[in-house]
Design a protein around this ligand. Structure first.
Ligand SMILES: Nc1ncnc2c1ncn2[C@@H]1O[C@H](COP(=O)(O)OP(=O)(O)OP(=O)(O)O)[C@@H](O)[C@H]1O
Ligand SMILES: [Mg+2]
Length: 321
């Protein structure tokens, strides 16, 4: 069964087709218009999705052929309301026009499904969703059955990368840029704090503020040594994520973890997890940030069970798993 997936939850207009675990197409257009603001402007994001969605879906189905698609998956939440509306309305119209079912996918669940393209993971496993808007620890009992055990109490990990990038005068989104300049820095150069919050929760706002105060307290020559700041900040984020992963894996006696979302493409995080004794699974870096393929994967699971969404499905900016 060929499934078309679409995601317009934030600032990427994306569509992709799958047949089982085979990726037939994966088209992602990241909106660059937000870079001058250092963060996503919701109204501009929605307007740009409207401009791009038709062209992105056309490209995703180009070689597949519209008549060969048996079902559609689309993100209905969580995300930015205006942006979500564009994808959901488009998917509903296409589903109606082609007389094929559609399924409204939860964006967090879609990120988890990005693991299943390349990996078969024994259940239960622990999923760490680390993206621009989320940092969540979830026990995946099986596909469709989730238990959230921890979340960030303030900023998401990706958001912290983006904000620190802005402080350093670098561009948006910040994750890849910080990772790049951190390569020439010393991770132990500055001892930024690792938040000690209860349970399996996370906190990154104190770390972000510590970077800000550090920058304010230094002379301009030191402030220009961005690589050490970036490397030390990245190390603090990675250490905080790994500490909670190890705690959860130990307490729940589950050794398998899947790390998904934009921050999961971070090489330092991937490297450091190798030495922990945890079996860590990551999606291909191309599938870490938002994409239509992970949405199609998730929709495929439900459509295969004849679970379809009704045409009166609404977007939900704060949909939970
Ligand atoms: N190599 C990297 N290292 C660290 N962070 C990264 C890296 N690559 C991307 N990111 C971060 O990942 C985030 C984008 O990921 P993603 O597209 O999954 O998030 P989102 O869709 O905006 O948020 P959400 O999925 O929570 O709705 C950005 O904050 C970006 O800075
Ligand atoms: Mg995302």
């Amino acid at each position: 069964m060929i499934v078309l997936g679409m995601d317009t939850s934030c600032d990427d207009t994306s569509a992709g087709c799958i047949n089982g675990n085979n990726i037939l197409s994966n088209i992602v257009l990241s909106q660059v218009l937000h870079s001058e603001y250092g963060g996503v402007i919701p109204e501009l994001a929605a307007r740009d999705h409207i401009k791009q969605i038709s062209n992105i879906v056309d490209r995703a189905i180009d070689k597949v052929g519209l008549k060969n698609i048996s079902g559609i998956g689309v993100t209905f939440g969580p995300g930015l309301t205006g942006s979500l509306l564009v994808g959901l309305s488009f998917a509903k119209s296409l589903s109606y026009a082609l007389s094929i079912p559609f399924y409204g996918v939860n964006h967090i669940e879609a990120h988890i499904f990005s693991l299943f393209i390349e990996h078969e993971i024994e259940y239960p496993f622990i999923a760490l969703v680390v993206s621009g808007g989320h940092t969540e620890l979830i026990i995946v009992e099986e596909k469709g059955k989730y238990k959230c055990i921890g979340t960030t109490l303030d900023d998401a990990a990706g958001e912290a990368f983006d904000k620190v990038s802005k402080m350093l005068g670098l561009s948006y989104p910040g994750g890849q840029i910080i990772e790049e300049i951190a390569k020439s820095g010393i991770p132990t150069a500055i001892n930024f704090p690792r938040a000690d919050v209860p349970g399996y929760n996370f906190s990154f706002s104190g770390l972000k503020t510590a970077v800000l105060y550090y920058l304010k307290s230094q002379k301009s020559e030191v402030r220009s040594q961005k690589s050490n700041i970036a490397a030390s900040f990245q190390e603090a984020v990675v250490d905080s994520l790994i500490a909670k992963l190890i705690k959860a894996a130990t307490d729940f006696k589950i050794k398998r973890v899947g790390i998904v979302g934009g921050v999961a493409s971070n090489i330092r995080l991937r490297q450091k997890l190798k030495n922990t004794g945890i079996d860590a699974y990551f999606p291909n870096p191309k599938l870490c940030t938002d994409n239509g393929v992970m949405v199609a994967m998730c929709a495929n699971f439900y459509l295969d069970k004849c679970i379809f969404s009704p045409y009166n499905l609404r977007v939900s900016s704060s949909a939970s798993l």
